[in-house]
Ligand binder design. Sequence first.
Ligand code: PEP
Ligand code: MN
Length: 362
Amino acid sequence: MNINPIQSWSKLSNKPLLIAGPCSAETEEQLYETTLAIFRQGITVIRAGIWKPRTRPNNFEGIGVEGLKWIQNVKKLLPVSFAVEVATPQHVEQALLHDIDILWIGARSTVNPFTVQEIADALRGTDKPVLIKNPINPELDLWLGAIERIHNAGINNIGAIHRGFSSLQKSKYRNLPNWQIPIELKRIMPEIPLICDPSHIAGDRNMIFDLAQRALDLNYDGLMIETHRDPENAWSDAKQQVSPDLLRDILKNLQVRISQVQDAEFNHQMDEFRDQIDQADRDIIEAIAHRMSLVSKIGEHKKQNNVTVLQIDRWKEIFKTRKEWGQAMLLDQDFVAELYKLIHAASIKQQTAILNDLKAKA
Ligand code: PEP
Ligand code: MN
């Protein structure tokens, strides 16, 4: 995939790319004042929702095309670029007509390949930077597919925005971060710039700093933070938007880390640790292979005695004791629980296969 680095289109020399601005453009004055306060902090990429995808009708659904004119007016007064969400070919057309600098595809659009394809077709022949939010549901393929559709339309200035995933699970987040999904995206498409939107993950301005720091610790390329001159009275997402003052505090305290250093001593030490980790992983794989050979034996034994594969009391005991053993070694209990769910599922699968062989022969 030929994807340009973020610096080539964001005009920034180094990471992270900071994008701040209101959830929605509400009035020309609100847009200008918010932009000015953000610009004074050295941030030059402003977000503003013009068409708002609202879950229920009769909420503020965005100001529409009029807001694009406000953006043009603000750009005459301040040297900033603007990013807006597009969800239909008409939005794309209007955004291009009004010289919007960056477009993004929202989470509710990424879920729908028809919508993404229509947007991609409308973008063909332009070189607008396009940021693609993760789909609402935790499905990496939809995210990859949306990126591919935009890329296939000839767009090389692409970034991915991690905004969290909806879930039935009760949690402190508005949208669960599921960090392993964007990490997997990076494994499959290492060239794609990754931007974190802590605002929509959190749903609460008090959690934004921690999420943003976590993203920088994971070597994200940028942050998009919803910022409003008067967050409490915002027309959308009031709880999660930060004031320009809070934005300043957050940015001041964030630690930007480096992904690599040239220092020979540091790299030598890294190699040594990695060798040891490689050996530890070999030991883990060997131990699992040994466990699976025992599982085969117990499977045969059950088969010969016509006994069910699943022994719920034994599974309950394994689940309890392994967490205790892990805890004694200071391992995270949830981690050990998830690990044993996987190991047990593999064990059940193997024993079921053994049992079915018998049935096939009988
Ligand atoms: C937004 O950025 O305001 C928005 C609607 O985001 P999402 O698509 O992530 O819900
Ligand atoms: Mn929002």
